[in-house]
Ligand binder design. Structure first.
Ligand SMILES: N=C(N)NCCC[C@H](NC(=O)CCC(=O)O)C(=O)O
Length: 445
């Protein structure tokens, strides 16, 4: 039996824009209200997907969501025809309106937590959509994320889908951005590391003071329970609150792991030694812990360049590549570090740089843009084949973007009723291309 790690990248939606919605995410706040390019954002994402496919990876595509979210606006009391709802909300509650227009589902590392079948009690691949309660604009995602994932992984013999956790800050869950799986090989039982930012039910425990900790310990525990993971194969570690307060709003902004490698910043965790010893003991083998010291790369540089929001992928046994944003190349210290890293005696042998600047300006790097799903060949054969990137699908999606997406989008354009029509037209066609069925609210009423 063969095993794969499949990366499901978020296809950027037609309303991609910069609205400054994520307090605690430095890039989101500093680029608020700049003009975006949905077309280049989508094309940058597709180019990264294609490159990984050409590197021999199995690459998947995760569809975007319907925005503006007219249903959320109606729930908040805006009435009338769709164009009236848009006009009233944009005028009377512009901040709420902008939140309902976000294309934030593109960061699919936050779509769900996924446990491969080798780790779970019933031998199925488990999915729990993230509730994303900490940010209003992101809390609009889990229902549709769940429907899209069910349309992609539809075979109940292999896949089990859970409902997202209760929509409350106590169970704030940000999905795979705070979850890393270590294993000797993708098909072998691994150890799942859940990293949380605070304890919701114990205020005596450390917590950040400036920016929010989006993931709670209690949420991480609940996901591990739902997925039927054995306590012998799970480790919980707390993020260092001091780095959350410096803009590290998810663990994947300060650490990335793959198989037997953990690439991380010196300041990432509380109780690092204890957590890492537990990881190795539960995995039953040693892990390459590649620690980047503060005096080589500061937390500030890590946040600005997303050195750790890189994808660490296995190209052949013992040979990994780092997929980094071009921001890393443009920072002298980080570029030098990466240059040195590939010469060190670790499984990381090469670095490839990608321009995902449209996403980076909202605080989303290469790793935010993908959801990892480890699958065996039978499970892969049971995945909806129309969501796996082929040369044909790549060409088709590029044409689709050219046909439907705007070159530029400003904050004022969000209230244009044509944008809603354009988005729905595009998504309706996309569900046919990807054989997803009626996953969007406008297709269901
Ligand atoms: N690290 C990972 N895995 N994901 C990055 C998510 C970025 C996203 N940005 C935003 O939602 C900004 C939207 C805006 O401001 O318009 C967020 O903060 O949740």
């Amino acid at each position: 039996m063969q095993h794969f790690e499949v990366n499901f990248d978020g296809l950027v939606g037609p309303t991609h824009n910069y609205a400054g919605l994520s307090f605690g995410n430095v890039a989101s706040l500093s680029n608020a209200k700049s003009t975006s390019s949905p077309k280049s954002a989508a094309k940058q994402g597709l180019a990264k997907m294609k490159a990984l496919q050409e590197m021999g990876m199995v690459q998947g595509v995760l569809a975007p969501q319907e925005r503006p979210d007219i249903y959320a606006l109606r729930r908040l009391g805006f009435k009338g025809e769709d164009h009236e709802v848009l006009a009233k909300a944009a005028k009377e509650a512009p901040a709420i309106f902008r939140a309902c227009c976000s294309a934030s589902s593109m960061w699919t590392a936050n779509a769900a937590t996924v446990s491969p079948s080798a780790d779970t009690r019933n031998g199925k691949v488990h999915f729990t959509p993230a509730n994303l309660t900490n940010k209003f604009h992101r809390s609009l995602e889990p229902e549709t994320s769940g429907r899209i994932l069910q349309a992609m992984f539809a075979n109940s013999r292999y896949f089990e889908h859970h409902r997202h956790l209760p929509d409350n800050e106590h169970f704030g869950d940000e999905g795979a951005a705070n979850h890393t799986r270590f294993c000797s090989d993708y098909g072998h039982a691994g150890v799942e590391l859940f990293v949380y930012g605070r304890h919701a039910f114990d205020s005596s425990k450390p917590a950040p003071t400036r920016y929010p900790a989006r993931q709670t310990f209690e949420a991480s525990e609940a996901v591990a329970r739902l997925h039927g993971l054995s306590p012998d194969n799970v480790v919980f570690m707390q993020q260092n609150p001091a780095v959350i307060d410096q803009g590290v709003f998810h663990n994947d902004v300060i650490a990335v792991g793959n198989q037997n490698v953990m690439f991380y910043h010196e300041e990432a965790f509380i109780n690092e030694a204890q957590g890492f010893a537990e990881l190795e003991q539960k995995l039953g083998q040693s892990i390459h812990f590649i620690k980047v010291p503060t005096n080589v790369v500061s937390v500030d540089d890590a946040v600005k360049t997303y050195l750790f929001n890189t994808q660490l992928i296995t190209l052949k046994p013992g040979h990994m590549a780092i997929i980094a944003p071009t921001e890393c190349q443009e920072n002298e210290r980080v570029a030098q570090y990466l240059n040195d890293l590939v010469g060190m005696d670790t499984p990381i042998k090469e670095v490839r740089y990608f321009d995902v600047k449209q996403s980076m300006r909202n605080g989303g790097g290469p790793a935010c843009l993908r959801l990892r799903v480890a699958l065996n060949d039978q499970e892969l054969a049971a995945v909806n084949p129309n969501v796996i990137l082929t040369d044909e699908l790549y060409a088709r999606l590029n044409q689709w973007v050219d046909k439907h997406y705007r070159d530029e989008l400003s904050s004022d354009d969000l209230a244009d009723p044509n944008l809603l029509i354009e988005s729905r037209t595009a998504l309706d066609e996309l569900t046919q291309i990807m054989h997803l069925g009626s996953v969007y609210p406008f297709q269901r009423v």
